[in-house]
Write a protein that binds this ligand. Sequence first.
Ligand SMILES: Cc1cc2nc3c(=O)[nH]c(=O)nc-3n(C[C@H](O)[C@H](O)[C@H](O)COP(=O)(O)OP(=O)(O)OC[C@H]3O[C@@H](n4cnc5c(N)ncnc54)[C@H](O)[C@@H]3O)c2cc1C
Ligand code: SF4
Length: 449
Amino acid sequence: MPIQERVKLRELLPEDRICNYNEIALGLNERELEYEANRCLQCKKPSCVKGCPAGLNIPRFIKLAKEKRFNEALSEILEINPFSATCARVCPYGFQCEGSCVLNKTGRPIAIGAIHRFISDYGEYKMKMVNESERVMGKVAIIGGGTAGLSAAFELSRHGVDVDIYESRPVIGGLARACIPPYRLAREVLDREIVYILSHGAKIKNNITVGKDIPLKDFLDMYDYVILAVGASKCWSLRLPSNEGEDFFAYSAIEFIENYMFRKKIFDRGLKILIIGGGNTAIDVGRISIREGLHPLIVYRRGKEQMPALPKEIQEAEEEGVDFKFFEVPKRAIIENNRFKGIEALKAKLGAPDESGRPSFEVIEGSEHFIEGDVLVSAIGQEVDSEVLTGCDIHLERGLLPHDFGGEYKDKVFSCGDAVSGPSVVVKAMRSGLEVARKVIGKLKENAL
Ligand SMILES: Cc1cc2nc3c(=O)[nH]c(=O)nc-3n(C[C@H](O)[C@H](O)[C@H](O)COP(=O)(O)OP(=O)(O)OC[C@H]3O[C@@H](n4cnc5c(N)ncnc54)[C@H](O)[C@@H]3O)c2cc1C
Ligand code: SF4
């Protein structure tokens, strides 16, 4: 049987998106949904499911969507993914569900992400409290109100557990709110899911930074269990020597994005922004810069093919006018009259693969040259902010939290999300939050025996 073409996913054109933050992907209409759902082969052993970090029963939700049973489909999804509409927008499908679809071999995988989005947008969010017999008693503190913490809160509160979420920011949502730009995830979609999650009973305590305002130790007496879901959003600092002697520190990419997401205009329009890094965060700094009337230039030490950013994100950034310079390694900052004027950089070339199999880069000595810019932004990596551990005898391991803790924290404190895995994706943080909550529910059940 010939494989039908994949539906062409409708998106805003570059000229219609660079002056606003509207969602670029427009989703499927009913006719497109029907066409795409009919293309699904309903494999007996579906490989797409293996590619979905949430483990959603993809053939099942596609079948229900085909039969227009959207409420049922969403109800089943919410059982294992309370961030349904969010994931359906921000998941890197090409490397997950769609990348694992058998039709991917033909270049025409089912548009699983778009079908998932349709169900999430048109199905009804119904509460998911468990039966009385499955409920447990207990009190749990969750530190961090991002995807992982909120997912843990969902699972615990729907089992009847008393949950308090402590969050240092004035608003809940973590990086999904502070950093994922609305052109990928409209804020009303995120808000809708958070309202849904909290409707199961968890309470929020905003503007409290655990470690600074309350020591972690105090939680041991106040709660049965504590879940650390603090993310990994402290940018690695980029410190360059300068022509004026004193070292120069680049602006943090997370701070840059967060300021603009919370509507603070930090730089005058027209400035040239030099962004160091090659990942998705660097790309988002570039794309936000375009929307804010700035001129971004991404400076990366390897080539375009080696960039860790998703190819689609790179392509969209190029379409929007973000400039790139490849095989460039910053050497020092150039300052004139106390103002940053740019960087002196060295050219680089690819070298032998490193331990991870990625080609290394080799600096070409004597290739110094000047790259002009008004602002330097570092997007070279992130780690956990250790503030939460202030006063505890717990230490980060390679910039991350361990899964379980020793000493007085043993079997009382657990961790999840980016804080444990390192910078990852929403769907994995969500899954990790659910899993840690299930572990805690198991312990509460044992205690009750
Ligand atoms: C620019 C950017 C773009 C991204 N785009 C995508 C994308 O398109 N798709 C995708 O899937 N993923 C994307 N991600 C990654 C995704 O946002 C994260 O993987 C996910 O949000 C991690 O969730 P988390 O709950 O583990 O951590 P976070 O979302 O970081 O939440 C941790 C929370 O803990 C709070 N906290 C920290 N310390 C304390 C403390 N001491 N006391 C109290 N509260 C504290 C923080 O304020 C924060 O709210 C992106 C990330 C960035 C930076
Ligand atoms: S979009 Fe994400 S959550 Fe939805 S099926 Fe694909 S991988 Fe799973």
